[in-house]
Design a protein. Structure first.
Length: 115
C-alpha cells in the first residue's frame, strides 16, 4: 500500500465505540472503542503515505437488527440505516473528496452518538 499514491484503510467500528449505552454489551463497546483508537494510532504511524479512518455505524436495517426496528428512540433520525448509507460513508473515506481526512471516526449513526 505504501507504493500507491492514494492508499487508504477504512476500519469498521460502531457507534457503541463512541458512546456505549447498552447494558450487557461492555465487551462489544470496548472492542469497538479499540478499533477507533487502533485507527488513530495507525493513521499517525502510516501518514503521509496511507490514510486510515473508521466508520462507526449505528444499527443497520439487516437481519441482525431483527427485534430492534421499533426501538429507535435514541436515534435523532428515528430510523435504522439502510446498508447503502453505510457503504456511501465508506466510499467517501476512500475517495479524493476526503483526501485531507485521516484518523477520523465517522459516526454514520443517525445521531445516536449525540442524541
Amino acid at each position: 500500500m505504501e507504493k500507491e499514491s492514494e492508499a487508504t484503510i477504512v476500519n469498521i467500528a460502531s457507534a457503541a465505540g463512541l458512546l456505549p449505552n447498552a447494558p450487557g454489551l461492555t465487551a462489544y463497546a470496548a472492542s469497538k472503542g479499540g478499533v477507533v483508537n487502533l485507527t488513530r494510532a495507525l493513521a499517525a504511524e502510516l501518514a503521509p503515505k496511507i490514510r486510515v479512518n473508521s466508520v462507526c455505524p449505528g444499527m443497520v436495517d439487516t437481519p441482525m437488527a431483527d427485534g430492534f426496528r421499533g426501538n429507535v428512540g435514541n436515534y435523532a433520525l428515528k430510523r435504522l440505516a439502510d446498508p447503502v448509507e453505510i457503504a456511501r460513508a465508506i466510499l467517501f473515506l476512500t475517495s479524493a473528496e476526503s483526501s485531507y481526512v485521516t484518523g477520523a471516526a465517522l459516526a454514520a449513526d443517525g445521531g445516536r452518538s449525540f442524541h
